[in-house]
Design a protein around this ligand. Structure first.
Ligand SMILES: [Zn+2]
Length: 298
């Protein structure tokens, strides 16, 4: 997760600058056309004014409620896989400059979907299955609409220290495990609303729901760490906590998995390797299935 780009401001600013530049070019071209026409006909033509309408950069959210599943998985819990970033938000860039987080998270999300569908124990939905820009609320809303049993957001890290590497998993908490986790959540949330309790029965109930969501999320995160151990590199203390808006809003056990560091040359090579991504997807699939089975037994 590149939290600098997650702020969107530079990206948006760049998009605005590009839009203005494009508008100037278009208006200039129209001016040339109008100029040549009026010199040819000596008639002012109102219809040749610049076209009305805005230069819109964002398309409506590509809400994706498609459910994938083997026939044998009919009625099974739905796991929402969220490929981080997308569209005008590339996420972190590889140290080689050749890859963007948004493309690798999508590849990993598709691997995980295919693996889960093939194993047939759960059904799967994806917040995006293409290069689409989605807000955090768009992503969480997919899980809400489908009444998902679980929400797994996939990301890749980036850090100023080029030696930092390894995977980690964040679960929802109202207290961050460390300063870095708090910073990451704050930057990712980017002003998204936080619900505040007011002591009413409703807010106490939603507080209780959130406590149970947080403890279920922590269970899922520790299963992920357990399944990953020894199979691919993890950061020291790989299970971290923070108040991620997207995880809270998913209203289901929710974790954010960071598959490794794109700012580290070795991690980048691994994350670009389909075999390595497939190993990660298998570990994630096994942890997800173990978690679903544990909930079914309760
Ligand atoms: Zn990310």
């Amino acid at each position: 997760m590149d939290w600098r780009s997650f702020l969107n401001f530079p990206v948006e600013k760049r998009a605005t600058v590009a839009a203005i530049a494009a508008a100037v070019v278009v208006l200039g071209a129209i001016g040339v056309l109008v100029g040549s026409r009026s010199s040819a006909t000596s008639a002012s033509d109102g219809a040749a004014q610049s076209p009305k309408g805005s230069l819109t950069v964002d398309l409506p959210p590509a809400a994706n409620d498609k459910i994938y599943g083997a026939a044998s998985a009919r009625g099974r819990p739905i796991v929402v896989i969220d490929a981080g970033h997308g569209g005008r938000d590339p996420g972190a860039l590889g140290v080689s400059g050749e890859v963007a987080e948004k493309d690798l998270t999508l590849s990993l999300a598709r691997d995980l979907r295919d693996r889960l569908v093939e194993r047939g124990r759960v059904r799967v939905a994806m917040t995006r299955d293409g290069d689409a820009y989605l807000t955090l609320d768009d992503r969480a809303a997919v899980a809400e609409r489908l009444d998902a049993a679980m929400f797994v957001s996939l990301h890749m890290d980036s850090a100023p220290n080029p030696l930092a590497r390894g995977a980690s998993v964040y679960s929802l908490s109202d207290v961050a495990s460390d300063a870095e986790a708090a910073h990451l959540a704050a930057e990712q949330n980017d002003g998204a609303g936080q619900s505040q309790g007011n002591g009413s029965v409703d807010s106490i109930l939603s507080e209780l729901a959130m406590r149970s969501q947080m403890s279920a999320s922590a269970d899922l995160a520790s299963r992920l760490v357990k399944k990953a151990a020894g199979r691919f590199e993890l950061r020291p203390e790989p299970h971290r906590f923070a108040a991620f808006h997207v995880l809270r809003r998913a209203e289901a056990p929710a974790v954010l998995f960071e598959a490794g560091y794109l700012s580290n040359a070795d991690d980048e090579l691994l994350l670009r390797d389909p075999k390595h991504r497939s190993d990660i997807a298998l570990a994630l699939a096994q942890a997800i299935e173990a978690d679903v089975a544990a909930h079914a037994r309760r």
